[in-house]
Design a protein around this ligand. Structure first.
Ligand code: AMP
Length: 402
């Protein structure tokens, strides 16, 4: 991978046997009744941990967990997560009750080379979120090398994601490397044409993202509730649909800058409407020009899907964020499901590179049974969105080759 220092760069320059390698992971997993729910993040970080352990390093894992407000709070202890991690690393994972100071130092001294230790929640110290240099130095004191494998936390300049890189040689872990490679292939130096699919409820959370995408992609497909505001901005009547009337001008500005950048904006030509958003509501398909006054738009229609199929047919790269409709309740999931399956199929055939992530996107693609065949599905939320906005992520910038 060009641009960032990876584990291969580390191994080429140093023997890490017996060395203390601090790995920033994202162990901020959902918990249900004291047990880890979705373990995707543990699964993704495990290869980096086992690779380092396999080379005889003392692997010391740093992570935040929840929002404990800068002081210890048993509710946010990483201890149960450390236990769950061992199922993915193939051996016992040790745990220490603090991430800095003597407690951490002693646990690391006692750690056998080739073993893994998780330190307690970095956010138990106020210096983490403030990116206090003294806190970052205290973290760094317990390591010889730093590896960041938490892309999902890289949009935050915190002690364990950015501050620490000022004190230690720093590298991207395997999951971080895979994420950066996928993102580079999608928006950095992509094969064209590039089609971006952006859906979800509202424009308000995605203005910066849309403004950046129109400058970078060849076609921007807008779906979901946010498409309604664009349709309204074009003077269409949208009945009772979700809309942000105070953003009509913003929508027009985005359409204008798309025109200037020669980016095709694809809005729904037909839509699925219902009188209310609930299971069992009677759905009708109408032209986007003829939405009945007492109905709301809840999905894109079949003509729109046909048009999208044509776009995906010729696309070389697809980048996707957000559902095309209110996908939680059938039949309003149909647009998202069918479009995602088309992209998945073309990706599986090796015809295009597809990268998806952010918010509800992963849930929607999983529901469509499409996630597996996308080239890459990011487990990151905010960091993925900021990357789509074109923002430089501090945790990533810190790993750049100089
Ligand atoms: P976001 O978190 O911005 O990606 O938005 C995801 C949410 O948008 C999901 O809960 C969808 O149900 C919702 N959504 C998508 N399309 C519509 C629509 N046409 N009307 C209302 N909500 C929608």
């Amino acid at each position: 991978m060009a641009g960032h220092k990876t584990l291969d760069d580390l191994f080429a320059t140093a023997d890490i046997k017996g060395r203390r390698v601090l790995v920033r992971a994202d162990l901020n997993v959902p918990m249900q009744d004291g047990k880890v729910g979705d373990a995707t993040r543990l699964e993704r970080v495990a290869p980096t941990l086992t690779e380092l352990a396999g080379r005889g390093a003392k692997v010391v894992v740093l992570s935040h967990f929840g929002r404990p407000k800068g002081k210890p709070d048993a509710k946010y202890s990483l201890k149960p997560v450390a236990e769950a991690l061992s199922a993915f690393t193939g051996g016992t994972v040790a745990f220490a009750d603090d991430c800095i100071g003597e407690v951490a130092q002693r646990a690391i001294e006692a750690l056998a080379p080739g073993s893994i230790l998780v330190l307690e929640n970095t956010r138990f110290h106020a210096g983490e979120e403030k990116n206090d240099p003294d806190f970052a130095a205290a973290l760094a004191k317990n390591g010889d090398v730093y590896v960041n494998d938490a892309f999902s936390c890289a949009h935050r300049a915190h002690g364990s994601t950015e501050g620490i890189t000022r004190f230690l040689p720093s590298y991207a872990g395997r999951a971080m490397e895979a994420e950066l490679t996928a993102l580079e292939a999608a928006l950095g130096t992509p094969k064209r044409p590039v089609v971006a699919v952006v859906g979800g409820a509202k424009i308000s959370t995605k203005i910066a993202l849309l403004a950046n995408l129109v400058k970078k992609v060849d076609a921007l497909v807008i779906g979901g509730g946010m498409a309604n505001t664009f349709l309204a901005a074009q003077g269409k009547k949208i009945g009772k649909s979700l809309c942000e009337p105070d953003l009509l001008d913003t929508a027009r500005e985005i359409l204008e800058s798309a025109r200037a950048a020669k980016c095709d904006v694809v809005l729904p030509s037909d839509v699925v409407v219902a009188a209310e958003f609930k299971a069992g509501a009677t759905a009708h398909t109408v032209s986007a020009d003829a939405v009945p006054e007492d109905m709301m738009i809840l999905d894109v229609g079949p003509d729109t899907l046909k048009h999208l199929a044509g776009r995906f047919e010729t696309a070389k790269t697809v980048v996707w964020n957000g559902p095309l409709g209110a996908f939680e309740i059938p039949p309003f999931d149909r647009g998202t499901v069918e479009a995602a399956r088309l992209v998945a199929m073309r990706s599986k055939q090796g015809e295009l590179v597809s990268v998806a992530g952010g918010g509800d996107t992963v849930a929607a693609l999983n529901e469509a049974g499409a996630a597996e065949d996308f080239t890459y599905v990011s487990a990151a939320g905010g960091a993925f969105l900021e990357w789509m906005e074109g923002v430089e992520l501090p945790g990533v910038a810190a790993l750049a080759k100089t």
